[in-house]
Design a protein around this ligand. Structure first.
Ligand SMILES: [Fe+2]
Length: 384
């Protein structure tokens, strides 16, 4: 039983299925957009994933300005430049096509356009006004930015990678179309899929979790354990791509309610200081932090092990929980993820700075195990 008061709020309206990206025009018209800033990156545009969306928008008479200058781990200056472009057009709606970076950028632009100021002004503050309408169309099954209230940026000057969380940072519509992931290269499929696995595992074990969120997150773990290796090896498998997209959706909606633990608190500084791709930083840290948390969430980690396909019958609860860590290590290995941060270019001299940033995360307080500054330093050292 629970004696807590529970909330479930999901601001983004989701449309799911093959071909739904082509509904962009119709949805934009429903949202009364007439001039749109379409935010993407050069890789996504080069892969031809913007074309259908562009056509769908133009078919209903919407003028579109394509902005493709969003890099991975987007920096505050990139968002400022994109916002200037939006104001020059001037656009009254934002559409994102891409992974977490273009989607976070679009959501950041949409709320800054109505609230004013800089992204950094909103750290730890509320975002009072509703954003411009936005549509997010993911091209990876990983980040879940299309259904979360969160956006993450790196301060171009201080390298601090910070997050903002508000219903006013959510997309108005999410068009979740597995077709958009069919040509994603194997290495990106692996890294983004492991980001989704990290969301799901953190969601199950967060102190913010409850039955409803755990049910979704555990199902996401089950799907990822079964289908991520297939999606990586057989990228043209429609079934694997669809199952991974569903897993990503479940994990995203779950963690949007429950929030996360210290894997993301510690991975954001790794990306901020060292430029490591988000999914890779999470995947490397995940088993070390799971092992740290096991004694404080034995039952949950046992359930995670079973969701990952481990036969825990005959195991003591602690052994079952520990087997989840072992299975994640194996999965990382199968996906070609480095065993330590040093292989990702992280050096000992940034551990202090990364620790300082990690401790600022709100997720530290809801980690299943109490966490001190010394614990974070020790975990970074261990994960080197
Ligand atoms: Fe993530």
């Amino acid at each position: 039983m629970t004696d807590r008061i529970l909330y479930f709020r999901q601001p983004s309206f989701v449309t799911y299925g093959f071909g739904t990206a082509n509904l962009a025009g119709e949805e934009a018209r429903n949202l009364e957009m007439t001039r749109v800033l379409l935010v993407t990156d050069e890789g996504v545009q080069g892969a031809g994933l913007v074309d259908g969306v562009l056509e769908s928008l133009q078919d209903v008479g919407i003028a579109v300005e394509v902005y493709n200058q969003i890099g991975s781990n987007p920096e505050t200056t990139m968002i400022e430049a994109a916002l200037t472009r939006l104001q020059e057009v001037p656009a009254n709606g934002v559409v994102a096509v891409g992974g977490g970076s273009p989607m976070d950028a679009a959501k950041g632009i949409a709320f800054l356009a109505t609230n004013g100021g800089r992204l950094q002004d909103y750290i730890g503050q509320t975002i009072p006004k509703a954003p411009l309408p936005s549509i997010c169309i993911p091209t990876t099954a990983g980040t879940s930015s299309e259904v979360t209230n969160n956006i993450v940026f790196t301060d171009s000057e201080s390298r601090y990678k910070f997050g903002l969380s508000s219903p006013n940072c959510a997309a108005t519509r999410a068009l979740v179309d597995p077709e958009m992931t069919m040509t994603l290269p194997a290495s990106l499929t692996a890294a983004t899929g492991l980001d989704a696995l990290t969301h799901a595992i953190e969601s199950v074990t967060s102190q913010g979790a409850y039955d409803l969120t755990q049910a979704m997150a555990l199902d996401a773990i089950r799907l990822i354990g079964q289908w991520l290796p297939v999606a990586v090896e057989q990228g043209d498998s429609r079934e694997a791509r669809e199952r991974m997209m569903m897993a990503c959706l479940e994990a995203g909606i779950a963690f949007n309610q429950s929030r996360l633990t210290i894997v993301h608190a510690m991975s954001h500084p790794v990306s901020g200081w060292c430029g490591t791709p988000h999914g890779v930083a999470n995947a490397v840290l995940l088993p070390y932090i799971m092992a740290f948390n096991v004694p404080y969430a034995e039952k949950e980690f046992g359930e995670i092990a079973r969701a990952l396909g481990v036969d825990t019958s005959g195991m003591l609860p602690l052994q079952a929980a520990e087997s989840a860590v072992g299975r994640v290590r194996e999965l990382n290995d199968e996906m070609g993820i480095p065993e330590g941060l040093a292989e990702c270019g992280v050096t000992e001299d940034v551990i202090e700075s990364m620790t300082e940033d990690a401790m600022k995360s709100g997720n530290v307080r809801i980690n299943p195990r109490p966490v001190t500054r010394e614990d974070i330093v020790a975990l970074y050292r261990e994960a080197m």
